[in-house]
Design a binder for this molecule. Structure first.
Ligand code: SDX
Length: 429
């Protein structure tokens, strides 16, 4: 992979030759691992131009708006696959055949329950705790229940941990919601599909078991697919960094959940609905567009912009189609928030500020409108994102641990004091 070279000319020092590595597709990378010998580090806050690892899982072309999972376009997976097939693909590298799929679905079904004692963890939280706070806690707590499979160097332990996490996240997410509602938690059912089971645990009660709408289950499954993985984003990089220290998979996923919570990342879907409520009416859009452009105003148009996509986020396109299908199926005409969101997109994408900066709607812009139509409260939106992204996180964790790796330990540009001596308290001014 390294037949090209880069030469770094450093004033007063010998030129440094660095290998250039070429991937399957996408930009070449300059391998700077040998740079330390020159007495220099690279400096790249926010990793704007830094590849942290080699990976075969997901490829994004931000200029063309392309997203591939193990080579398959997200549009095809959303249309022709389902979430558990996509999970199998991300975890194993290939789509399953019929027998492999049946086996995987059955294995996941048999791990959807959580230890009965895990319920007591919830009682420590206030009922009005943010659901993501509870998710961080209870997912991290899973490591207290699986002492039999925490050897990260054992491939079988890595495999069973991955399946347990994919299987249990819907159960835990629904438990978090039921706890916030003061309703009894529902057990998973093995006769339902993954998405049907989640909606069952969310909205059914012991008093009444209603059938799950196939349209809503399909929409939920597609939302899971669209959120499954996205290369080295902030939360996935957090999971990789935590995993590089040898931390157990449950702790790593809890770290990923914490990183996802931020409004600049997975918390944006909740922030979009809050923003639309704040805008309230089409007549206020110009005021908020001005706020978003004002450098002295911290307000950003939530659901717009992306570090990688400088074209449309392909997931947003599929999400918008799904939004139309769900609202149509539910007979929701002229949903005010959807109307407002569409008008906001129209206006923003004609404004030079947004066009020059390639700020298009991202995956979070329309997802909240669908989730709300399905009946999921805004505070649960990022929990849904974490549920779906768990397979991506654990796939990257598995990939990293499956070949030689080093603990992640970035260096820094130090601009603090040089060495100085302590002055005794009595002599300090
Ligand atoms: C996700 O990385 C992933 O893959 C993430 C994700 C995934 O699947 O894991 O895709 C999920 O996190 C999607 C992004 C959700 N976040 C939001 O919708 C929050 C709003 N968006 C912004 O905070 C921002 O666009 C980011 C954080 C998404 C990207 O930030 P960058 O890449 O650091 O870009 P930047 O902040 O340097 O912006 C470049 C310019 C700046 O203006 P100038 O300094 O050039 O004058 O664009 C401006 C920014 O001020 N800008 C915005 C804006 N986003 C960027 N201005 C107004 N509103 C916005 N939303």
């Amino acid at each position: 992979m390294a037949d090209k070279k880069a030469q770094l000319i450093i004033e007063g020092a010998a030129p440094v030759e660095l290998p250039i590595l070429t991937g399957t597709v996408g930009p070449d990378v300059i391998d700077v691992r040998g740079l330390g010998a020159s007495g220099h580090f690279t400096f790249d806050p926010g990793f704007m131009a830094t590849a942290s690892c080699e990976s075969k899982i997901t490829y994004i072309d931000g200029d063309k708006g392309v997203l591939l999972h193990r080579g398959y376009p997200i549009e095809q997976l959303a249309e022709q696959s389902d979430y558990l097939e996509t999970c199998y693909l991300l975890l194993n590298g290939e789509l399953p055949n019929a027998e492999q799929k049946a086996q995987f679905v059955s294995t996941v079904k048999n791990h959807t329950m959580v230890h009965e004692q895990l319920k007591s963890f919830f009682n420590g939280f206030r009922r009005d705790a943010h659901p993501m706070a509870v998710m961080c806690g209870v997912v991290g707590a899973l490591s207290a229940f699986y002492h039999d499979s925490l050897d990260i160097n054992n491939p079988q332990h890595r495999e069973i941990s991955a399946v347990r996490l994919v299987a249990k996240m819907p159960t835990l997410a629904a438990m978090v919601y039921k706890y916030s509602m003061g309703q009894p938690m529902m057990y998973p059912r093995n006769d339902l599909s993954y998405a049907e089971n989640f909606l069952h645990m969310m909205f059914n009660t012991p008093c009444e078991i209603k059938p799950i709408s196939p349209v809503l289950a399909k929409a939920m499954d597609r939302i899971f697919i669209l959120h499954a993985d996205h290369e080295q984003n902030a939360s996935t990089s957090t999971v990789r960094l935590a995993g590089s220290s040898g931390a157990n998979p449950f702790a790593c996923i809890a770290a990923g959940i914490a990183a996802l919570w931020g409004p600049a990342h997975g918390g944006a879907n909740e922030a979009v609905l809050t923003m639309l409520d704040e805008i309230g009416d089409v007549s206020n859009i110009d005021k908020f567009i001005a706020k978003a452009k004002d450098k002295n105003d911290p307000f950003k148009l939530m659901g717009f912009g992306h570090r990688v996509y400088k074209n449309r986020d392909p997931r947003a396109t599929v999400m918008k189609q799904t939004c139309d299908e769900v609202l149509n199926e539910l007979g929701i005409k002229n949903d005010p928030q959807l109307e407002l969101a569409m008008r906001l997109e129209e206006i923003a994408l004609t404004d030079p500020y947004f066009v020059e900066r390639s700020l298009y709607p991202n995956v979070d812009f329309y997802s909240g409108i669908i989730l709300k139509a399905i009946g999921i409260p805004t505070s649960m939106f990022t929990v849904i994102f974490a549920l779906a992204r768990t397979v991506g996180w654990i796939s990257h964790w598995k990939e990293m641990l499956s070949s030689p790796y080093k603990i992640g330990r970035p260096r820094q540009l130090y601009t603090g004091y040089e060495q100085r001596d302590i002055v005794e308290l009595k002599d300090r001014k």
